[in-house]
Design a protein. Structure first.
Length: 108
């Protein structure tokens, strides 16, 4: 994945709104650093994220979803999406085209 800060997204939004209207203009916003899901989780947690075998994770998350219902913080379907590639071949190009240079995520 290529995380981008909320502040950089907001700056891109303001810049896009200030541009002359282009029908169906689309911008893929991405940060300058590619991270694996594990690296992202480690960055967010401030420590190394534990490895949990899928054979244990799926039933544990299904049980958690059953107990918490719509208040679940993480569902199996969301966890399964971590296999998707969340990068763009254009990298930070669209943000830079809007005049924004995305910053790398800060290490804790």
């Amino acid at each position: 994945m290529q995380p981008i800060s909320a502040a950089d997204v907001a700056a891109c939004l303001v810049a896009a709104l200030d541009r002359p209207a282009a029908p169906r203009a689309r911008f893929e916003l991405a940060g300058p650093v590619e991270l694996s899901w594990r690296e992202w989780a480690t960055l967010g947690a401030g420590r190394r994220a534990p490895r949990v075998p899928v054979a244990l994770l799926r039933p544990a998350l299904r049980a958690y979803e059953t107990l918490t219902g719509p208040a679940a913080l993480l569902t199996w379907d969301e966890a399964a999406r971590t296999t998707a590639t969340m990068t763009t071949p254009r990298g930070t190009g669209d943000a830079e085209r809007l005049g924004v240079v995305p910053r790398a995520p800060a290490a804790r």
